[in-house]
Design a protein around this ligand. Sequence first.
Ligand code: SF4
Length: 433
Amino acid sequence: MKNPATEDILEAYDIRENWPPYTYRDYPDIKPEMYESFIEFLSTENTSGILMELQPWISICDSRCAFCYFPTTATANVRIEQYIDMLKKELNMYAKTKYVKTSVFDEIVLGGGTPSVLSAEQMIDLIDFCKERFTVNDEYFIKVTGSSKTLALDKIDKLAAYGVYQMDMGAQTFDNKLRKALCLPDTAENVEKAIRRAKQLGLCVCVDLMYNLPGQTMESWTNTLKKAIELDVEIDTYSLHVDPGTTLEKMIKKGISPPQGNAEYEKQQYLVAHKLLTKAGYKAVGHDRFSRVEWHFRENCLNGWPWGGILTTGAGCFMGYLQRFSYSNIEDVNTYIETVAAGKLPIKKLSESSDEDMMRRTMTRLYLRLPVDKKEFKQKFGKTPEDVFPQQLKRLKKKGLIEIDDKEIRITKLGDIWKGNIAWEFAHEIVTK
Ligand code: SF4
């Protein structure tokens, strides 16, 4: 087969899909029988041998970014001590189950929200709690998400001294004009100051950077990327998705904010980032990460998809999955607190994947820039990916987006730009020979 030209690959689809077909919003609301089935699953042994991630969520923020659709609660509306007590109670409920007792974790991630609204002492106490109740391996590491506004420099010092490995910050952009328009809570200078302090103390820092922001010029995007490269941080790049109901959507509708760029502009911004970052020695890994830290390419939790697990807890958390079960929690903090206090897992949505779903999920390893091992696929499902997805694989190969050999299926270097679209190809049409 003749290899498609670069231009053809770059034009493979009209619009880039930035997310795979599976999001927590599609999970069904939990039904009593499903809850029971999950509890039953938790009473079984975890024999997967795959290291897992533990995510206590602090779904609290002290301000609201204009684009945010996350179910977070304002600091002023939460009694933080009470929330932490219930979070520990929920963690403990999981820790007592056979499944979790037979699981080993190598990451503890304080996510959210903005966990740094807690004091350093509260964050450390919570991590200590996790370390006492869950089995962590010898090389486990701790990540904390925070905003520069809530990460006072002495807080960073305490977290570094405690042994936090990575600080994740939603920097989004270093352009102050855009920061203001997006209601980001701090100036670019303060974000930079917090990053420099963390780096100085030996922490790994990862920032989210968003492109296709309303009014974002190519120059502004390039400058933001250059600043991140200069600060020597890991970078997660996201294309902004304007969600219904967000302040930003209303601002665009009313003409207070300019609209986003079109699909072509969005693609060009991604290509600029890819070019600039790979030239600076970064490698595209995982969901949306550009990394210069070699061992991050082999992170266990990521590589275990879709058979490993992320045990996520806290109000509004939505990235939980334990093998075939995916779940998200109750969003309203008060209802969350009441539910946990009553001794129930505070799950809002839960789905259990069938074999067909798991086959599709296995193919979304391509979205994560991971190979699909054909032998493993056959062992799990009794069929090869070619048996199940003949049309999709033929189509993607013809377009030059994937490579297939005897051992595995991988996305190609240029196919990388369409990884979201590739994932969507497997959401439909399933042939079971
Ligand atoms: S800090 Fe994050 S979770 Fe909080 S409002 Fe902003 S985007 Fe949403």
